[in-house]
Design a protein around this ligand. Structure first.
Ligand code: PMP
Length: 362
């Protein structure tokens, strides 16, 4: 007897929309928090040679020992902590959720937050609790503590800085949440390169803290490499759920090679931070745009004075500029757009297109 998907697939999966990646061919792509810069030609040449001689008939090193050693050093992972690699940090979020998923178990985050927290809770059959941020996107600690006491979340994800708002939460507020949590707290530092704060050194202090990083926003999004740092007692359990060989041979070889020249990616991050200041100032100077503070490689802004985010977004697309329209995704993001900081030339193109769009968008 044949069965249709809606008879056998879980209703919450049937109700989901797949994570949407908009087509960007030929556009100035400022929608996905990528680093706009490429690697210097000499390093690309070294990578080409590595790739050419890679033994791709064999599985990659399952433990990625050499790459892990390089990451430990580059990221200054505290002594006594283990690390686990993922196919991007997305996969790490999924591994964590898989470990905690059981009927009634709750994954908690703030709202608005990175959408994969909620989506992966659903994938793995966990309940999701999103505690709203305040209107200025700061952490509502009292609301979080109340929600923690009531819902007893197995795991809490806090992005530091937060996506899509771009701000860094108050560190004491995050610490209070870690102290109150009955389960683990994952501090997701995907945007660490653009902020001046980290919970890395708090790993030693808090036994229920896990810290997540990614190479994606640093300039290696195409490699898909995320990392989780934490105590061996947690990581040894999570390792059981990591699929063998999740970091492919090119990912391992290339990431390790690039990490031999840490200055390159860090200089690019500095250039992005400088451009972020320039771009924020230019945005602030525009009528009809409210700009929010950011510690990440993107800027959140709200259309005001009657302008509609959806219309401006479409107008920008007509000018060949792709950013992210967040209007409708959460009440706090009403009429909001998010732009990734690109190269100086791309940012000028964006700002000029935005100015032109404002003329036609009322
Ligand atoms: N965490 C946050 C807060 C993010 O914004 C993103 C990417 N948008 C990720 C994790 C996932 O990054 P990746 O899977 O590329 O490591």
């Amino acid at each position: 007897m044949s069965r249709s998907p809606d008879q056998v697939i879980r209703p919450e999966i049937l109700a989901l929309s797949a994570y949407h990646v908009p087509p960007a061919s030929g556009m100035v792509k400022l929608d996905a928090m990528e680093n706009p810069y490429t690697l210097p030609p000499e390093l690309r040449e070294e990578i080409a040679q590595l790739a050419a001689s890679a033994p791709i008939n064999r599985y990659p090193d399952a433990g990625a020992a050499s790459l892990k050693a390089a990451l430990r050093e580059a990221l200054a992972i505290p002594d006594g902590m283990d690390i686990m690699l993922g196919n991007g940090s997305d996969e790490i979020i999924q591994i964590i959720a898989l470990a905690f998923a059981r009927p009634g178990a709750i994954l908690m985050s703030v709202e608005p937050a990175f959408v994969m927290f909620r989506m992966i809770a659903t994938f793995t059959g966990m309940g999701y609790a999103g505690v709203p941020l305040r209107a200025d996107f700061s952490l509502d600690v009292d609301a979080m503590l109340t929600a923690i006491a009531r819902q007893q979340p197995a795991v809490i994800f806090i992005a530091y800085p937060n996506n899509p708002t771009g701000n860094l939460f108050d560190a004491d507020a995050v610490s209070r949440i870690i102290e109150a949590a009955p389960g683990v707290v994952v501090v997701d530092e995907a945007y660490h390169a653009f902020a001046d704060a980290s919970f890395m050194d708090k790993l030693v202090q808090y036994p229920n803290l896990l810290l997540m990083r990614t190479l994606s926003k640093l300039g290696l999004a195409g490699l898909r490499l995320g990392l989780l740092a934490g105590r061996p007692e947690w990581l040894s359990q999570l390792e059981k759920l990591r699929l063998p060989y999740n970091a492919g041979i090119f990912t391992q070889l290339i990431a390790e090679k690039v990490l031999q020249y840490p200055g390159i990616l860090l200089q690019q991050a500095e250039a992005i931070k400088t451009e972020r200041t320039v771009m924020s100032k230019r945005l602030v100077a525009l009528d009809g745009v409210e700009v929010f503070p950011t510690d990440a490689n993107f800027i959140l802004f709200r259309m005001t004075q009657g302008y509609k985010a959806g219309k401006v977004f479409q107008e920008l697309k007509k000018h060949g500029i792709l950013i992210k329209n967040l209007d409708g995704s959460h009440p706090l993001l009403k009429n909001c757009l998010r732009v990734t900081v690109g190269t100086p030339a791309e940012n000028v193109q964006f700002l000029e297109a935005l100015q032109a769009s404002l003329k036609t968008s009322l």
